[in-house]
Design a protein around this ligand. Structure first.
Ligand code: AHR
Length: 517
């Protein structure tokens, strides 16, 4: 007997009944429906029930009251499950905020809401090693992707390169050529061209087992296997040894560049048939970018799906990709377009919006100085001297150069406007950036690497004062002063400047009026 969460109605969903389910008013069945109808209720009503349901932001069943995810704090390695505010409700982000206060937290588990225990945990090594101990991938910083859902605070899963989640021992996920569907809500502004920001069905041994051994949503601007119209990013299907944007390997004009801040991405597949669909998760419906036969290449018909689940990585644990995941499901059976339309309406009604990391506003165009908060150093400011970046004492009696060296113009993040870059007040065109984990002032060379290295996401100061600045492409690393020099440091990492002592203070900066306006 399957668990209660698996015993769902399987009546075929018509467009009309789907619309009523969104409104929570399916006539006749109203009394047996949960008070809130959520995506997996809609998939079940369509005859294609969820077999995996992952979200750090909200319940995906109207009657779900369990844990959404687990966080672990770095200070003492304690863990805490983060649940929902009520049945079918939003994440209890306040529980995370209080548990993680004064330290940093990583997301250790994304639970499976279906009752099948298809949870996602730290991905193990496979064809490629990850950067964490034992060749595992890194875990996501739990506070890097703040959002609100109808005004309720929540956090997504922020994947910077090297981060990945996996489950190689699943229950009920499609294998072989069996039909399945999946959707994910992603940040359409957070991506890169590394392989492969995927969510979906992959190999159970974390290795490349040949064409057709995986089927996932891919999002990013990799042109390594396939591409669509424009410069990307694109929603594609990773079917192993190929990110497919349509029937042809390589370029397919029908798959457009999509950059919605909140993006609904869909891939579904059944024997010799698959589709890519997507839409704006904040408004409107879905568009179909491909709907047809398996790729014009050997090995994809029939498919040889293995049924593992991955998030943020490729099938063989390729882990150089980036992206942000908020919620997603995998289904048994090929969902109808009508079911997906109902799910999209539910997603829009969830009211996703950009959240704030907390701390002082860092308004773009303003100029600020950043004062250290460690007891030793509260008269010191983040400053440059030529290309070097360190803390320096600045006083009203100091020189004009000392003051200007400690003054930074706040710019939209070169890699992502939701984060920030810091342009030197007295060296225009040069920005604070990290290189080999040390901070420097370098001129913008226009490269994607520079943009990533010069982008920092602001959060409330870890020690409760001011702001902390987290590296965009090494999201476990925070701007820190250590022995006077500027670094990006992970708490308790392997470098001397990662030392745990004073880490919360060293990574917390008070945003002050600029020494040089
Ligand atoms: O299909 C693209 C990638 O190729 C897969 O994700 C990975 O397993 C392989 O390197």
């Amino acid at each position: 007997m399957p668990p209660a969460a698996l015993r769902r109605p399987t009546a075929l969903l018509t467009a009309a009944s789907a619309a009523m389910l969104v409104a929570g008013t399916l006539s006749g069945a109203a009394t047996s429906q949960a008070a809130t109808t959520q995506p997996c209720d809609l998939y079940a009503a369509g005859g294609t029930p969820c077999v995996a349901a992952h979200s750090t932001t909200r319940a995906l069943y109207g009657n779900y009251t369990g844990a959404l995810y687990q966080v672990r704090r770095v200070s003492d390695n304690a863990t805490r499950d983060i649940g929902v505010l009520g049945a079918g409700g939003y994440a209890n982000a306040a529980a995370q905020d209080s548990f993680c206060a004064g330290t940093s937290c990583v997301i250790t588990i994304v639970y499976d809401q279906t009752g099948r225990n298809n949870r996602l945990t730290q991905a193990p090594p496979g064809g490629f090693n990850g950067p964490a101990a034992g060749g595992y991938d890194k875990l996501a910083n739990a506070t890097m992707a703040p959002v609100t859902l109808n005004g309720n605070r929540a956090y997504g899963v922020f994947v910077s390169p090297g981060t990945g989640y996996r489950n190689n021992s699943t229950n009920g996920i499609a294998t072989g050529d069996q039909p399945e569907g999946m959707y994910a809500i992603l940040d359409g502004t957070h991506y890169n061209d590394g392989c492969c920001f995927d969510y979906g069905n992959a190999e159970t041994n974390s290795r490349d087992n040949g064409n057709g051994t995986m089927e996932t949503i891919y999002f990013g601007n990799s042109r390594g296997w396939g591409s669509g119209a424009g410069n990307g990013p694109w929603v594609m299907a990773d079917q192993e040894n190929g990110l497919f944007s349509g029937v042809n390997p390589g370029y397919n004009a029908g798959d457009p560049t999509v950059t919605h801040r909140f993006l609904t991405a869909i891939v579904k597949g059944e024997p010799n048939h698959w589709a890519i669909r997507a839409g704006n998760a904040q408004s409107g419906g879905l568009s179909t970018y491909y709907n047809g036969a398996r790729p014009n290449a050997a090995g994809y018909n029939p498919m040889k799906k293995e049924g593992a689940i991955i998030l943020g990585i490729g099938g063989d644990n390729s882990n150089s990709s980036a992206g942000t995941f908020y919620e997603g499901v995998m289904t048994s059976g090929y969902p109808s377009d009508a079911t997906e339309s109902a799910v999209q309406a539910n997603i829009v009604a969830a009211g996703y919006a950009q959240g704030s990391g907390g701390g002082a506003a860092l308004n773009t165009g303003s100029t600020v100085s950043l004062r250290a908060t460690t007891a030793c150093c509260t008269d010191r400011y983040l400053s440059h001297s030529g290309a070097g970046v360190a803390t320096a004492v600045v006083t009203a009696a100091g020189s004009a150069a000392e003051k200007a060296n400690a003054s930074w113009t706040v710019r939209p993040g070169l890699a992502n406007g939701a984060c920030r870059s810091f342009e030197s007040k007295n060296t225009p065109g040069s920005y604070l950036r990290h290189q080999n984990f040390q901070l420097y002032l370098h001129p913008d060379d226009g490269s994607a690497l520079f943009a990533n290295d010069a982008t920092f996401c602001s959060q409330a100061g870890v020690n409760g004062q001011g702001n902390s600045l987290v590296s965009y492409n090494f999201a476990d690393r925070y701007v820190r002063h250590y022995a006077g020099t500027g670094y990006i440091a992970s708490d308790g990492g392997s470098n001397s400047f990662d030392a745990t002592a004073l880490w919360p203070d060293d990574v917390s900066w008070v945003v002050t009026a600029p020494w040089t306006p």
